[in-house]
Write a protein that binds this ligand. Sequence first.
Ligand SMILES: [Cu+2]
Length: 139
Amino acid sequence: MKFLIAALVLICGSVSAQTYQAGDLTITDAFSYPTTGRSGAGYFTLTNDGAADALLDVEADYPKVMLHKSMMKDGVMTMEHQMRVVVPPQGEVEFAPGGYHVMFMGLKEGWGVGDDIKATLIFEKSGSLEVTFKVIERP
Ligand SMILES: [Cu+2]
């Protein structure tokens, strides 16, 4: 019995358990890291089984939410607001630390492991898609 419970915890503890679908687009591994500050970030993997699309915006119940991209500029890490993130046909876009991310700003409370951060991704062709970012331990 103990082994069975341990196995179930392992399966349910996986970030990839939940997938979200809009048309030919699939989102997996939606996660965030804990934060005690005024901002947090959301990450996911987006795969496209169809024609080209684009991620245009994100909405959530926080004062300011946008699509960002982290990049090195003159040796300094900066973040740029993205008005349009192209999703190539039959392609994949990775939202991951150091690159694209959903930026949540003006948080009133920090996020702890196990929290669910809800947001709606808005695509040019596939419409809107509600996603929950699971807050997981930083590696
Ligand atoms: Cu950012």
